[in-house]
Design a protein around this ligand. Structure first.
Ligand code: COA
Length: 415
């Protein structure tokens, strides 16, 4: 079966997490992704958070499937020649170096255009143009600067970063979409273009509902579905909303049977208006269906805390899975708080290829997250990440280098 991006060649100059997530997705869609790594060193994540001595870390392997790896000293004149040839033969260059690093290496946009006017140059940076454009940025910096941290956590606690890597992997996703759109536009213009995804912008895009709430707060002084309502005062910025749903259907995390010993014995419960009657029946509070203090979403807003306390009295009598089963029979939206252990063992996620077991020559079998995007005519097979420089000879041969030329590059430590 063919793949959606068959024939697209990517010069992958990415490292750490944000850029690699982007190129991994493109590889899963069938692009030939050639990861260019520093000779002798490679992507720093190969050696970070190692759990098996001398084997590439899970940090690296889980972000670099389906790619080829070549090593190249791109600061060496002979290395630059190889890079010139690569640029001429690829469709997209993806990079997430610190601001200015590609220019300092001598590969400005103008130079790349001269070598290959059809090339798309796609970059992740921490910030877009502005006061912070020269800053180096990691995940949590982006979460803080993009509005996520100030709106995450509880009202009486400090700002919180989330476990979801919205700054890195979130930006990688944004960049991948930009690249695919640029490839599509190139079909009509014949030209490449620059694609930039700034981590602050990507986090803000994912926090768009909080900018919505900021403007609602500015206008009305209140956010009635936030836990601060009706007892606490609102300030002038969107407060942290704890586990409130953030949407028009109030929700909260509730304890389930076993919560005293299991930190994940909880369920997310949404009091969706159309199933209010069913919720009341399930928890044994049928009088609330017609009671004037509870019958409509508007009157319920000022009583959400006591309503969730009452529902929790019911959820605490069930395990999260028992509660799920009962609630789903009535179409009541809810979600179990799943631990990573439970997710790793979940057979349905294995069956869909979302959780995949991969074999690696140095580290043995490990679990990874497969392609979360499923396409009917472009199936994803997850292939283990490459060893450092595993494909150097293969790629150089494809570029027209003979055995002697490759040996000379190796002797001079260019590759
Ligand atoms: N051969 C020779 N030199 C190479 C090379 C190669 N194959 N690949 C990279 N280099 C050089 C770069 O040219 C750069 O040199 P310079 O500083 O002399 O210009 C150097 O290696 C280091 O690159 P840099 O990106 O600065 O790495 P860092 O480890 O200091 O910083 C980040 C890491 C992530 C903070 C930084 O890259 C960054 O801010 N990236 C953009 C935002 C981002 O993606 N952040 C999320 C990461 S998950």
């Amino acid at each position: 079966m063919s793949k959606a991006l068959d024939g697209v060649r990517i010069l992958d100059f990415t490292h750490v997490q944000s850029g690699p997530t982007c190129t991994q997705l493109l590889a899963w869609f069938g692009a030939d992704v050639i990861k260019v790594e520093k000779a002798g060193e490679g992507d720093a994540t190969r050696g970070q958070l190692r759990d098996v001595p001398d084997a590439d870390s899970l940090y690296f392997t889980m972000l670099n499937h389906n790619k080829r790896s070549i090593t190249l000293d791109t600061k060496n004149p002979k290395g630059k020649e190889v890079l010139n040839t690569l640029i001429k033969s690829c469709d997209v260059l993806v990079e997430n170096f610190a601001p200015g690093a590609l220019d300092r290496m001598g590969f400005t946009w103008e130079k790349i255009q001269e070598l290959n006017p059809r090339m798309i140059v796609a970059s992740v940076k921490g910030f877009g143009p502005g006061p912070y454009e020269d800053c180096k940025v990691y995940e949590n910096v982006a979460q803080c600067a993009g509005g996520s941290a100030s709106t995450t956590g509880f009202d009486d606690g400090p700002p919180l970063v989330t476990g979801a890597q919205i700054g890195d992997s979130g930006t990688g996703l944004h960049l991948a979409l930009g690249i695919v759109a640029a490839l599509y536009q190139r079909n009509t213009t014949g030209r490449g273009q620059k694609v930039l995804a700034a981590m602050q912008d990507s986090v803000l895009n994912l926090c768009r509902v909080k900018l919505r709430d900021q403007q609602r707060l500015d206008r009305t002084g209140l956010l009635k579905e936030y836990p601060q309502f009706p007892d606490s005062k609102f300030g002038d910025a969107v407060p942290r909303a704890g586990n409130a749903s953030g949407g028009g259907q109030p929700g909260w995390i509730l304890k389930c049977k076993g919560w005293e010993t299991d930190p994940n014995a909880y369920i997310y419960f949404i009091t969706q208006a159309p199933v209010w009657g069913a919720i009341c029946k399930v928890i044994g509070q049928e009088d609330w269906i017609t009671h004037p203090d509870y019958a409509t979403p508007a009157v319920r807003l000022s009583r959400l805390k006591s309503i969730f306390d009452r529902i929790e009295a019911w959820t605490m009598t069930k395990t999260k899975f028992e509660a799920m089963k009962i609630l789903n029979e009535f179409d009541i939206p809810c979600g179990p708080i799943l631990s990573m252990k439970e997710i790793a063992e979940d057979q349905s996620l294995r069956a869909t290829g979302t959780v995949v077991e991969v074999d690696h020559p140095k580290r043995g079998k490990y679990l990874t997250v497969g392609n979360p995007i499923k396409m009917s005519d472009s199936l994803t097979e997850v292939v283990r990440s490459p060893l450092l420089g595993e494909h150097t000879d293969e790629v150089l041969t494809e570029l027209g280098y003979g055995l002697e030329a490759i040996a000379a590059l190796r002797t001079e430590k260019v590759v």
